[in-house]
Design a protein. Structure first.
Length: 257
């Protein structure tokens, strides 16, 4: 088990595990759901909606433990993935000495999801780590987001949301600051992603998520696209791109801190 004090090593481990998950994505999502994972220590509600819950996994040994907020992907659509898709990753991180908070949230095709519900859910789940830390030995100075696909976008957004203006619909008081974000195969620039999202997700999901194209709701893109909230002010690591055009990068935020 990695010592809890070796936070840089934990970050590198998270990148490695995310890379493994990316390789697993060559399987069908339901195949990934079936990867071996031990049960969570607890399933806990972080809000009032039935989909506002997360699975908490705690390492063995004495804390306080670093924490990974784990965010599954699925094009922000409920039929593609649930938090079961990141259960194996969460379990592997727990084994490596990292507490994991594997989060479920409302997607764009679910009541209350889309704009602004999906973002408010993820923000609420992240801030709830403070509540979890009151009962468990969690280190609030060593919290990172680990996300895949749409979850990668949401993880980067969590790292960036402290830059939201005071009048933003997505703004929460005193947002939990992250020590880093690990993004696997997800878009960091939602404006750019609108130009080819349908070829990946089967529909114009960004417009559906935000309620319109960039020209119609530019303020929403400014609040929800990590690329428009630069500099994020925290460390980021990236692996893989979900694009049919390998020469067209859309998640190269890591060097622009």
């Amino acid at each position: 088990m990695l010592r809890a004090t070796r936070w840089p090593g934990v970050c590198l481990l998270a990148v490695f595990l995310c890379a493994s998950a990316f390789a697993a994505q060559r399987l069908r999502p339901r195949d990934v759901d079936g990867l071996s994972a031990r049960p969570a220590d607890a399933r806990i509600a972080y809000g009032t909606d039935p989909l506002n819950y997360g699975d908490l996994r705690l390492p063995k040994g004495r804390g306080p433990f670093p924490v990974a907020i784990v965010l599954h992907g699925g094009c922000w659509i409920s039929k593609f993935a649930t938090l079961q898709n990141t259960a194996a990753l969460s379990d592997a991180l727990r084994e490596a000495g990292v507490a994991t908070w594997n989060v479920e949230y409302r997607r764009l095709d679910q009541s209350g999801g889309g704009w602004p519900g999906t973002f408010l859910d993820v923000a609420g789940a992240a801030d709830y780590v403070r509540t979890l830390a009151k009962e468990h030995l969690l280190d609030l100075n060593r919290v990172l987001a680990v996300g895949h696909s749409a979850g990668a976008h949401l993880g980067l957004w969590l790292a960036a949301r402290h830059r939201l203006h005071a009048d933003s619909e997505l703004r929460r008081e005193n947002p939990l600051r992250l020590a880093g974000a690990v993004a696997l195969g997800g878009p960091g620039d939602l404006r750019d992603f609108t130009t080819y999202a349908a070829s990946i997700c089967g529909s114009p999901v960004v417009e559906q998520l935000l309620g319109g194209p960039p020209a119609s709701v530019p303020r929403r893109y400014a609040q929800s696209s990590p690329a428009e909230l630069l500099p994020l002010g925290t460390r980021q690591a990236h692996k893989g791109l979900i694009t049919p055009h390998p020469a067209r990068p859309h998640v190269h935020i890591a060097r622009r801190t």
